[in-house]
Design a protein around this ligand. Structure first.
Ligand SMILES: *Cc1c(COP(=O)(O)O)cnc(C)c1O
Length: 381
């Protein structure tokens, strides 16, 4: 695909939306079309199948359901749509995104257990199993693959196996791993996973999707309907019957996503993951050279998000450092841990390790401009 000109390139180190290619940007510029036309329906049908293939799902057994909204809409939909009457949800919670799932349960009044673990540790699987054994009314186990707030990788395959042992459906928030870290729905014991187009796929905001087990979606037709707009079965069923989304789809984002998927297949799952890994390692190298410490044990990180701790230097100002970098085309992001002051650098998007080395030149200049001592200083750590 040709692009008419190149767009100013920003390197986004925030946890999504991510840096996109110009070909994906320009894929949005198409003749106006009514999304109720068969031509557009066919595009969405192919897209839905591709979204299942990314996680190696068999398209007879698994399907994907599209929604117009940011990634949180998927969490909302899975939780409110997949819980049978008089049953409970177990949220395996070691971070901000699983805590968001708990809040969704609270808002809908869904019976749930908030099983909390420290944010810098993986969940204790023996405790997860004990809770399931003692509470046979749990119908749905929910967790987050890569807790984007810290960057910790959770053992989803093992949690999924425990959920299935106790006949519960396993739902995983894979928003910050999907199309980056290889996932295999079958081997990873996943019944439902989710993401949105602006993260691993490297397209734009507005399109989110749930990949899941067709049979369970069909069974959920009988479950209480708790939302009109955000119900999984209703959206699935409407598309299966009509080839359209129930309500207006994010048309331009869908065109961009289709282009981004072409680029995904041509880069290849393994090569893409290796590129993200090079970026991640370059982030660690850069931080190590400046003396920054991070929160999560290196071997427990998902390989996509690094949470660095603020140095104990009176001249450190996240805002000033951010602004210096931002003006030069690099976006860094605040942390999401209530007990520690952190900032995040993420390996998402159409970027490479050279971008990270360029970033660290600017970042070092920013620290120098702020009179922050290098290597950075920490008290009593
Ligand atoms: C980005 C993200 C979401 C969705 O956040 P939105 O702001 O609604 O796009 C959900 N879960 C995880 C783990 C994420 O990283």
């Amino acid at each position: 695909m040709d692009v008419p000109y190149s767009v100013k390139r920003n390197v986004l180190l925030n946890p999504g939306p991510s840096t996109t290619t110009d070909t994906v940007k320009f894929a949005q510029i198409v003749p106006d079309i009514c999304p109720r036309e068969a031509e557009f329906g066919n595009l969405m049908k192919g897209l839905r199948e591709d979204l299942v293939r990314i996680v190696h799902g068999d398209t007879d057994k698994y399907t994907s359901v599209l929604f117009c909204g940011s990634g949180t809409i998927n969490m909302d939909i899975c939780l409110n749509s997949l819980l049978p009457k008089d049953r409970r949800i177990l949220v395996v919670n070691n971070g901000a995104y699983s805590s968001r799932a708990v809040e969704i349960c609270e808002f809908y009044g869904l019976p749930h257990i908030d099983l909390r673990f420290p944010v810098d540790q993986r969940p204790d699987l023996d405790i997860v199993e004990t809770v399931l054994k003692e509470n046979p009314d749990i119908a749905l186990v929910y967790t987050t693959h890569n807790e984007t707030g810290t960057g910790i990788l959770n053992p989803i395959r093992e949690i999924g196996a425990i959920a299935h042992k106790y006949n519960a459906v396993f739902v995983v928030d894979t928003t910050s791993t999907y199309a980056m870290r290889p996932i295999d729905v079958e081997k990873d014991n996943i019944d439902f996973c989710m993401a949105s187009a602006q993260k691993g796929i490297m397209a734009f905001t507005g399109l989110s999707f749930i990949v899941g087990n067709r049979k369970i979606i069909e069974q959920s037709a009988e479950y209480p309907k708790r939302s009109y707009y955000c119900n999984l079965f209703l959206q699935y069923d409407f598309f299966e019957r009509t080839g359209e989304m129930h309500f207006t789809p994010p048309v331009q984002t869908i065109y961009a996503t289709i282009q981004a998927l072409k680029e995904y297949w041509s880069e290849g799952e393994q090569a893409k993951w290796e590129r993200h890994t090079r970026v991640f390692n370059a982030i660690h190298d850069g931080l190590d050279k400046l003396g920054f410490k991070d929160v999560i044990k290196r071997e427990e990180q998902a390989g996509l998000v690094v949470s660095a701790i603020y140095p104990d230097d009176p001249n450190w100002s996240f805002q000033k450092v951010h602004d210096y970098c931002y003006e030069r085309g690099f976006t860094i992001y605040p942390g999401k841990i209530s007990t520690t002051n952190t900032f995040r650098l993420c390996a998402l998007g159409a970027i490479n390790d050279k971008d990270i080395r360029d970033f660290f030149k600017v970042f070092r200049e920013a620290l120098t401009a702020c009179d922050v001592k290098i290597p950075v200083q920490y008290k009593d750590r």
